[in-house]
Design a protein around this ligand. Structure first.
Ligand SMILES: N[C@@H](CCC(=O)N[C@@H](CS)C(=O)NCC(=O)O)C(=O)O
Length: 193
């Protein structure tokens, strides 16, 4: 399978998750402006929506949208983290929250919003992240087990760091904890070179 990504973008979450799963995969960069892949293909033929991540499976089918890509990885490689009869629901609930409430809140900060939009976005991101401060009981979002939600939330925290959005100590410690994982180090190294 092949993951289409852009360095440091939200596709980093799936990249980390695939390393965490020790999955057999390749990755290829996408130039998000020209919509061309590193090997020169038209990325819109792979994902007509034109954005990363896109995960192309060995049978040629492709999966897009962070929630779907991460849920698929969780299902295939037991990286769902949550337990109990509502495990899958809890996973989707957490992924949807990161996607629609946190990830989307960054948009004005990356997409040239006005000063007002940017300052509102910073407040919105900080307020949404606070939810996890109140919720984190164990080392990970799901409790004691690492999951694909941690991959996605880590990317949000790395963006916060880059944009100097202050995060509470508890989340800074969580971010630090995740940064020591070999999967995170490997994905970051591959995206940096
Ligand atoms: N709804 C999509 C959004 C993905 C997204 O925002 N991708 C960004 C990188 S973080 C991107 O590729 N932007 C380029 C573009 O939209 O042209 C998802 O959750 O997968």
């Amino acid at each position: 399978m092949r993951l289409y990504l852009s360095p440091g973008a939200c596709s980093l979450a799936a990249h980390i998750a695939l390393h965490e799963a020790d999955a057999d995969f390749e990755h290829e960069r996408v130039d998000l402006k020209s919509k061309r892949t590193a090997s020169g293909s038209d990325f819109t033929a792979i994902n007509p929506k034109g954005y990363v991540p896109a995960l192309v499976l060995d049978d040629g089918q492709s999966i897009t949208e962070n929630v779907a890509v991460l849920d698929w990885i969780a299902e295939q490689y037991s990286l769902g983290g949550f337990d109990g009869p509502l495990a899958r629901t809890r996973l989707l609930e957490a992924l949807a929250f990161v996607s629609s409430e946190i990830h989307k809140s960054f948009k004005p900060l990356f997409a040239g919003g006005s000063d007002d939009e940017r300052s509102k976005a910073r407040v919105a991101v900080a307020r949404r992240l606070q939810f996890f401060v109140d919720r984190l009981d164990g080392d990970y979002v799901a409790g004691e087990r690492f999951s694909v939600v941690d991959c996605y939330l880590l990317v949000m925290l790395l963006w916060s760091e880059k944009l100097r959005i202050e995060i509470p100590e508890k989340l800074a410690a969580y971010r630090q904890r995740l940064m020591t994982r070999p999967s995170v180090q490997k994905a970051l190294q591959q995206e940096a070179t």
